[in-house]
Design a protein around this ligand. Structure first.
Ligand SMILES: NC(=O)c1ccc[n+]([C@@H]2O[C@H](COP(=O)([O-])OP(=O)(O)OC[C@H]3O[C@@H](n4cnc5c(N)ncnc54)[C@H](OP(=O)(O)O)[C@@H]3O)[C@@H](O)[C@H]2O)c1
Length: 268
């Protein structure tokens, strides 16, 4: 029997690439998104069910998960929906801060909590949670994004320990830069006069040349597929050359040494 995956934020980028890849491998895909009426590409593919879901809407999350879990035998939940709130902390309103946490962190918690009883009863299931290299190390202008992604990392690690007794697994996929529309459609930025120099320095790291070296959404989707199918009891999959290099630096030199290097790189 074919396996089934439930994906959040499948309207574009990584979520859509994952939907296409799993479908091409014979999986049954439940692709959820905020505006399913706009989706045309995934509708052409067989064995893909498109459903509306905004991960900040708790009632909709619970209703959708119940509907899906009654109809399908879900094997994998891919918590992918998210966006970046990038800029100095001082630039952001309480509302912007709450929305970032509500989407990137509470969204993952809501969807996971709704699926746990189904997985626990069946003694199977895998949560695959998308974080970021900014969920592994701090970076200026990423305070809020990092707060949510580090939190998803910690949430996932603790949940993996809590659910191991039921044979339910939790894994993290931490990508570096991906050539998706993240920086266009999914990035909310803020500026503040006191941080102009820092912002300019950070922007140097997002040059066209650097972005051209990012992984494609398809590259990262392949790592997601590997994490879903390798049968390994491994917690964290760091994906993309840039993320692997930064994570290697952190583990090889230690977090403090990496922090010192980054601090001096951003001092004027
Ligand atoms: N691109 C990168 O460089 C990069 C690097 C590391 C990690 N990531 C992570 O990868 C994941 C996917 O991002 P992407 O690069 O594929 O960007 P993307 O193409 O902009 O996709 C983001 C997806 O999240 C969805 N989304 C946002 N808020 C939502 C909500 N409240 N409820 C449901 N869906 C929501 C968007 O839906 P709408 O179409 O409705 O807006 C969209 O489908 C995110 O978690 C992101 O943090 C991205």
């Amino acid at each position: 029997m074919s396996k089934s995956i439930f994906i959040t934020g499948a309207s574009s980028g990584l979520g859509k690439a994952a939907a296409r890849l799993f479908q091409s491998k014979g999986w049954n895909v439940i692709a959820t998104m905020r505006q399913p009426e706009k989706e045309t590409e995934l509708r052409q593919l067989k064995n893909i069910t498109i459903l509306p879901l905004d991960v900040t809407n708790g009632q909709q999350v619970n209703d959708t998960v119940e509907q899906v879990a009654n109809l399908y035998d879900i094997d994998v939940v891919l918590n992918n929906a998210g966006y970046g709130l990038i800029g100095p902390l001082e630039a952001f309103s309480e509302e912007q801060i709450n929305k970032q946490v509500d989407t990137n962190l509470l969204g993952v918690i809501r969807v996971s909590k709704a699926f746990i009883p189904w997985f626990r009863e069946k003694r199977k299931g895998l949560f695959l949670n998308i974080t970021s290299s900014f969920g592994l190390l701090g970076f200026p202008t990423c305070t809020l994004y990092s707060a949510t992604k580090f939190a998803v990392d910690g949430f996932s690690e603790a949940l993996a320990l809590e659910l191991a007794q039921f044979d339910v697994r939790v894994k993290i996929v931490a990508p570096g830069g991906i050539r998706t529309d993240f920086a266009g459609r999914s990035l909310q930025s803020g500026t503040h006069g006191a941080y102009r120099q820092l912002m300019a320095k950070v922007a140097e790291g997002y040059s066209a040349e650097q972005v051209a070296n990012y992984a494609s959404a398809e590259d990262i989707a392949r790592v997601i597929f590997e994490a879903a199918t390798d049968g390994q009891d491994k917690l964290r999959y760091v994906a993309g050359k840039d993320a692997i290099a930064l994570y290697h630096e952190r583990t090889a030199t230690g977090a403090e040494a990496q922090l010192e290097r980054l601090k001096s790189a951003f001092l004027f």
